[in-house]
Design a protein around this ligand. Sequence first.
Ligand SMILES: NC(=O)c1ccc[n+]([C@@H]2O[C@H](COP(=O)([O-])OP(=O)(O)OC[C@H]3O[C@@H](n4cnc5c(N)ncnc54)[C@H](OP(=O)(O)O)[C@@H]3O)[C@@H](O)[C@H]2O)c1
Ligand SMILES: *[C@@H]1O[C@H](CO)[C@@H](O)[C@H](O)[C@H]1NC(C)=O
Length: 290
Amino acid sequence: MAVLKILLPLIVGLCAYYFYSQESFSAEMVRGKRVLVTGSSTGIGEQIAYEFARMGANVAVTARREKQLQMVVQKCLELGASSASYIVSDMSNLTSAQKVIEETKSKLGGLDYLVLNHVGGNVGLHLFRGDMEIVKRSMNLNFFSYVQLTISALNMLQESGGSIIVMSSMAGRIMSPFTLEYSAAKFAVEGFYSGLRTEMRLRKINLPITVAVLGYINTDNAMKEVSNKMTMEPSSKEECAKEVVKGGVLRRREVIYPYWSQKFILILRDLMPNLVDQLVGKSYKLENIS
Ligand SMILES: NC(=O)c1ccc[n+]([C@@H]2O[C@H](COP(=O)([O-])OP(=O)(O)OC[C@H]3O[C@@H](n4cnc5c(N)ncnc54)[C@H](OP(=O)(O)O)[C@@H]3O)[C@@H](O)[C@H]2O)c1
Ligand SMILES: *[C@@H]1O[C@H](CO)[C@@H](O)[C@H](O)[C@H]1NC(C)=O
């Protein structure tokens, strides 16, 4: 009974805390906000642009392929974006990445959400053959350009009290064979952005950062690259984009999607790393990887 007297109020208290800390999410929080989504000509980035568009944001999309971007802009407007525009840029050129932020400033007049999402540079599943160029290319496109965009956008984000949403991966949290250069870039992203988040907080600078830790998602490119090389089933890119945008708008420190399966692996990784190595290893079709 004595235990109950202590335990019960504790549980009730925790439940109440949980309930009141669950800020509710509404389109009003996003209407009229200015958003830049990188790598938004297809895939998850495209879906993230549509999510922001549905809630009436001013959306800017960027990637290399102009035709695709034009179609995305058109659809953003149909979905209800306050405005939509595109910027053509190759993010492997850091000067060009810097210019994207300058153009965003002249197009939107400021920035409330910087969504770092693009990915590329032959990062599919393949054997490690000691090719230094592949590693450099991946770090440059999938990590350095993120940092460059962040540096260039920092003033604008501080002026608006804006935030950053940055895409990571399970490959940025646990070892991932056959895609070492991609995994390395995502681990770098995790290190940089989680450190930046706390450094800003300690300096009393308001810059919320949401890191999205994603499992296997059914984008065209990922399916093409991975579907015959792994045994796993992919999750929905639309649902993924919804969760990422919600987590970003609510300023959560991280979004894990799909939640339970990935969270389970992350917890298990700390407790039983060897077992996780084996489990992860089993999900590859080795005979199809060269
Ligand atoms: N899909 C998954 O299973 C999965 C899993 C975990 C994490 N993620 C992460 O989620 C994010 C989106 O992934 P996704 O599957 O949606 O990718 P995706 O479908 O391959 O789209 C990648 C985007 O990046 C753009 N891009 C590629 N190279 C570029 C370059 N050099 N310069 C500028 N833009 C470039 C592409 O457009 P252009 O070709 O027109 O330039 C495209 O819009 C990535 O950060 C990825 O790491 C995905
Ligand atoms: C990088 O982009 C800048 C500005 O857009 C351009 O002047 C420069 O030639 C590009 N560099 C390369 C190597 O393509």
